[in-house]
Design a binder for this molecule. Structure first.
Ligand SMILES: [Fe+2]
Ligand SMILES: [Fe+2]
Length: 332
């Protein structure tokens, strides 16, 4: 099957980003020179932004890699040690914001809980008020996730029992285009970007990505890459799917209002229908199957779900505040 407008660029290496502090300065120059990483390990504590970018780059060694950085470094023990330190800080921050819901059951109460945790909404802003420039800015920074949509979740598959595994593969089969590369979701997004005049090569816009975007992506990699976080990964997936269908409809209407091309509108239109199905599958069969096998993981599933909503709310507030639009939303 031929691939429309084959975008080789987004499956190949990319350039290292611009450093954002002493840690990424030291790390990137060591990655380029294949030098000892011990000095990087000894780097002083730094800002959240610098740490988030360093972790994002270390995770990308498992995904796309970087031009000029040897592939062997993916499993370098010193880099894995640095990654573990950064992951420990990230997990501590995420857990410090989370309180386990009392007396709720994931299978019965999840959708009500999501409704109560409704945060700031970028889709509502795009629907009614956003300018074309704001939507382009949003698309550039969102591309850090959407051009590798679902890739972090795939790591979880071998760690599941049969019911959750079969259901997750059913969902992922959809995300990866049902055997048709032209229906693959991150390829749909790439085509939408190109049609909108943007560069769809993976990582092009990483220097524009705020800390909140880096942390969203880092949290998904953290949950996906560690077996002990399998329930958090699936809880995150459930929350992601459960907050996609209606916002996608608003995105469709906003993009049409602003005259964006059909390819970009089509990416969101696909998610109106697909995620109405995916949210049921994710909550009832994927997380439901996991918790039937391992009921002791329920709190971790809530942790993943909360983290998804929390990081999206923080990202939305950051963008809306930058556009002077936060006070138009009915959020605390
Ligand atoms: Fe998708
Ligand atoms: Fe989905």
């Amino acid at each position: 099957m031929s691939v429309e407008r084959h975008l080789a660029g987004y499956v190949m290496g990319m350039q290292l980003p611009t450093p954002r502090g002493p840690l990424t300065e030291a790390l990137f120059s060591a990655l380029r020179s294949d030098a000892e990483f011990l000095s990087v390990l000894a780097a002083p504590s730094t800002t959240e932004e610098d740490a988030a970018l360093a972790l994002w780059v270390l995770y990308q060694l498992h995904h796309h890699g970087f031009d000029g950085v040897p592939d062997e470094l993916e499993w370098d023990p010193q880099l894995l040690r640095l990654r573990a330190l950064l992951e420990r800080d990230l997990e501590r921050r995420l857990r410090s914001r989370f309180t386990a819901p009392e007396g709720l059951r994931f299978g019965d109460d999840f959708f009500d809980w999501v409704a109560e945790h409704d945060g700031a909404s970028l889709a509502a802003h795009v629907h009614r008020d956003a300018t074309r420039e704001q939507v382009l800015e949003l698309t550039r920074v969102r591309s850090i996730y959407h051009l590798m949509e679902s890739d972090s979740t795939v790591w979880v598959v071998p760690r599941l029992g049969v019911r959750a595994k079969a259901a997750l593969m059913e969902l992922l089969y959809d995300e990866y285009g049902v055997g048709n590369p032209n229906r693959l979701h991150h390829h749909l997004f790439a085509r939408g970007m190109e049609a909108s005049g943007l560069d769809a090569s993976y990582g092009t816009y990483i220097d524009d990505a705020p800390t909140e975007i880096l942390e969203q992506n880092n949290a998904m990699s953290l949950f996906g890459l560690h077996r002990r976080h399998r329930a958090a990964a699936l809880g995150h997936l459930a929350a992601f799917e459960a907050t996609s269908s209606l916002p996608s409809r608003r995105m469709v209407q906003g993009l049409e209002r602003l005259g964006f091309p059909d390819e970009m509108v089509g990416y969101y239109a696909e998610h109106v229908e697909a995620d109405a199905v995916h949210e049921q599958l994710a909550v009832r069969t994927i997380v439901g199957g996991l918790l039937a096998d391992e009921p002791e993981l329920e709190e971790d599933a809530w942790f993943g779900a909360f983290t998804c909503l929390d990081l999206e709310d923080r990202f939305a507030r950051r963008m809306l505040a930058g556009w002077g639009a936060l006070d138009r939303q009915d959020v605390a």
